[in-house]
Design a protein. Structure first.
Length: 243
């Protein structure tokens, strides 16, 4: 398996700050996050992976008051990995969205060491005993704001995160370089989807692009990097945006 770190198209984005604690062996993710810089929506959902157990949702503005939240059974546009939540109020839509929200939750997932006996897909939060892989969009391991009226997902974040993993050797979050060790303090001011890859693996840099856990040699990776770079050049020219 390999990934390259990439910069996504910029636009309106939310910000994610806080702490994440991971255990590769136990298959757990503990998150204490603040989501801010959100648009002022009237009708929305906050999607969070179905395996996450919420301890609380609070207003992250002064006072940190607990918020009453509800789970909606009507989020038919979700791909199935996530559940839809909203903060209840007496407004016309029955929903209230603060400027910033603090989420504290824990996810526990099966650690499947025999990949031949399991089914995998993009939105699966996958622990295999050596690594964790979590897609930054479909898996919704971090709360993703969805505007019902305009059918818009605010899935790209700037971030300032402190990630700890006692049984990791490398921690990677899209938009930052892989960090060797059991703790990574990562930040970016360029909006990214929050693809996360952590555990015991190697990271190889080819011309500034990082391949994570590659099963190819350096020559093969160099050729692949050239091909990927050509795709990047093409998309930049067509879109007029840097990648």
């Amino acid at each position: 398996m390999c990934f390259i770190n990439c910069l996504l198209f910029t636009g309106y984005h939310t910000t994610c700050t806080g702490k994440i604690t991971i255990s590769i062996q136990k298959g757990t993710i503990d998150c204490d996050l603040v989501i801010s810089n959100m648009p002022r929506l009237q009708d929305y959902y906050l999607r969070l992976n179905a395996g996450m157990n919420i301890q609380f949702i609070k207003n992250a503005e002064p006072g940190m008051q607990p918020l009453n939240y509800e789970r909606s059974p009507y989020d038919s546009l979700s791909s199935g990995e996530s559940l839809a939540y909203y903060i209840s109020s007496w407004s016309a839509s029955g929903k209230y969205l603060p400027r910033s929200i603090r989420f504290k939750y824990t996810g526990m997932y099966p650690v499947i060491t025999d990949s031949s006996s399991a089914v995998d897909w993009r939105g699966n939060i996958a622990f295999n005993g050596k690594t964790l892989r979590a897609d930054g969009i479909q898996s919704a391991w971090c709360p993703i704001l969805y505007d019902i009226k305009t059918d818009t997902r605010y899935e790209n974040f700037t971030y300032d995160l402190d990630i700890s993993c006692a049984d990791c050797q490398v921690i990677y979050l899209n938009g930052s370089e892989p960090v060797s060790g059991t703790r990574a303090k990562l930040s970016t001011k360029t909006a990214q989807d929050l693809t996360l890859f952590a555990g015991d693996y190697k990271a190889t840099s080819i011309n500034g692009h990082y391949f994570l856990n590659p099963d190819a040699n350096e020559k093969e990776l160099t050729e692949l990097e050239k091909t990927l770079h050509s795709f990047q050049d093409y998309l930049e020219k067509k879109s007029g945006n840097p990648l």
